[in-house]
Structures are given as structure tokens and as C-alpha cells.
Design a protein. Structure first.
Length: 304
């Protein structure tokens, strides 16, 4: 199979990710009507670990981890827990598309973290693009704060914690295959979040505490875990078939599917201000991706 033949399945899998990923948020929003944020997060990890375990076994991967890999995977799980707590708390009251639009400042946060921790070059053009992206987020956040209060800032917490999650993933991917990485992250995520789930109610933190699902809530919780597993497997194998530079621009299709599902299930449709913010975030994000491609080509061109 030629490299060009492998790019098409990679692109299709990335599109599949963008279609399925918002279903995590839709299921979480439906569950949040009767279930706590802590319970939804823990259920996601339980279902994801249960679905991934037979895949790890079938593919012949080891379930053992070295101490270093265990530490990195635990850190990855912590950042994913923080990302889940903040985002589920946001979509419990905000439209899915609005919250997701704010989270899409994550590439700019990742850019800054890459500069801070890895010394990666960040030129003035990418700094300007990041500033434009944050300005776009403000277009979404300002009216959301007026409507929903400080919870509208939670997606920014998601952006920062998910950017840190990506940094750890970048380091861990050199030492652990993506399939067992997902299983172990989910299993450790549950082990770390379970004590919080038990201790939150006595500590007066009801949103993070244990709550018993009833009726359709069981299906919503399973939907969170199932959509998480399918979407993350899709993006894992998409990156196996096609380069990240090819797939990165497609990620913004997730906003389109989030708008579609948000309108279909909840009747939510972004305001003109939100659309303006989304346009700024997407445009600046695509420019950052374009600059990354240009720099990568310069590095690959041999010196005369």
C-alpha cells in the first residue's frame, strides 16, 4: 500500500472522530441532568477500560508497565480527569458548541506550553495568531458569562488541562503503544477518581460525589464511555495512517458536528457573536497549522 493510499483511510478516520467525539459531550449533558460530574467522569473511565481491555489482549499487548511509564500514564490520567470535570461542568449548563468553541483555544495553549517546556520556537506571527484565537474565545465567553455565570470559564480550564494532557501524551507515545495507553489511562483514571467520588459528599463537594443513575441515565453514562472509546480509537489509527499536519485542519469539523447534535438534541444554535468567535478561533488555528507546516518543510530541506 502506497503512502497516498494510506492517507485516505486516515482522513476518513479523522472525520469519523469529528462526528463521534461530540456524542461524548451530548451524552454527558443528558446525564448531567440527574448525575453528578464526578459520577459521569468515573463512568466514562469504567466503560472505556472495559471496552479497551479485550482489544489490548487481542492485539497481544502487555498489561505491565514500567515505573516510569506508570508515572507518566497516571499524570496523563490526572489531566484527563481535570479536563473531563471542567468540560462536563460546562456543558451541564452551556450549549455544547459554545463550550467546545472555547476549548479550541487548546492549540494555542499547547503552542505556549511547547515553548515553555521544550524550548520550541514561537515566532511573532504565531503569537499574533494565538492572540486572535483568544480574542475569538472572548467573543464566545463574554455573552456566555452573562447567561451562565463563571461556569463559562470552565472550558478554558479544559483547554489548559487538555493541552497538558497532550504534552504528556507526546512524551509517553515514545514508550507505550496507543492502544494499551488508552486502556491504562482509563483504568488509572478510574482508580484516581474513585476516592474523590466517595469522599466528595462528606467534604461538601456534591458535584464531584457519588450519585446513583436511574432509568435512561444508565444509557447516557454508557454512551459517554462508548463514544470516548470509538472516537479515541479513530484518531489513534488516523494518526497511524496519515501525518498530523494533514489531519489537524480536519479537527475543526468537530465544531460543525457539535452544532448539528446540539441543535438536534437540545435545540441549541450558536448566536451571531458565537459564530464570529468560532470563525476567529478556526482561522487563527488554521494559520498556526499552516506555519507549522512551513517550518517543518524548511527543516526537511537540506542545507546547500
Amino acid at each position: 500500500m502506497s503512502s497516498s493510499d494510506r492517507i485516505l483511510p486516515g482522513v476518513l478516520l479523522m472525520v469519523g472522530f469529528c462526528v463521534v467525539a461530540p456524542l461524548i459531550d451530548v451524552s454527558a449533558k443528558l446525564a448531567s441532568a440527574t448525575i453528578s460530574v464526578g459520577q459521569i467522569t468515573a463512568a466514562r473511565f469504567v466503560v472505556q477500560a472495559a471496552l479497551m481491555a479485550p482489544i489490548v489482549w487481542a492485539l497481544g499487548h502487555s498489561f505491565r508497565l514500567t515505573p516510569r511509564v506508570l508515572g507518566l500514564t497516571s499524570l496523563r490520567a490526572v489531566f484527563l480527569i481535570l479536563s473531563s470535570y471542567t468540560f462536563v461542568s460546562a456543558v451541564a449548563v452551556m450549549p455544547v458548541a459554545d463550550a467546545l468553541a472555547i476549548v479550541f483555544v487548546e492549540p494555542f495553549v499547547l503552542l505556549l506550553l511547547g515553548w515553555a517546556f521544550f524550548g520550541e520556537a514561537v515566532g511573532p506571527r504565531r503569537i499574533l495568531a494565538s492572540a486572535v484565537g483568544f480574542a475569538g474565545a472572548m467573543f464566545v465567553i463574554r455573552p456566555s458569562i452573562a447567561l451562565f455565570g463563571p461556569v463559562a470559564l470552565f472550558p478554558l480550564g479544559t483547554a489548559f488541562s487538555f493541552a497538558a494532557y497532550m504534552i504528556v501524551t507526546r512524551i509517553l507515545s515514545r514508550q507505550l503503544h496507543p492502544v494499551p495507553m488508552q486502556f491504562h489511562t482509563a483504568a488509572l483514571g478510574f482508580l484516581i477518581s474513585a476516592p474523590i467520588l466517595v469522599l466528595a459528599l462528606p467534604a461538601g463537594l456534591a458535584p464531584l460525589g457519588l450519585s446513583w443513575p436511574e432509568g435512561a441515565a444508565w444509557g447516557f453514562l454508557f454512551g459517554v464511555g462508548l463514544a470516548s472509546t470509538v472516537s479515541h480509537m479513530a484518531i489513534t489509527y488516523a494518526l497511524k495512517f496519515a501525518p498530523s499536519a494533514t489531519l489537524a485542519p480536519l479537527h475543526y469539523l468537530e465544531i460543525v458536528s457539535a452544532v448539528f447534535f446540539g441543535y438536534l438534541v437540545f435545540g441549541d444554535f450558536p448566536s451571531a457573536m458565537t459564530w464570529a468567535g468560532i470563525a476567529l478561533i478556526v482561522a487563527s488555528g488554521l494559520y498556526v497549522i499552516h506555519r507549522e507546516r512551513q517550518l517543518a518543510r524548511r527543516i526537511q530541506v537540506p542545507m546547500p
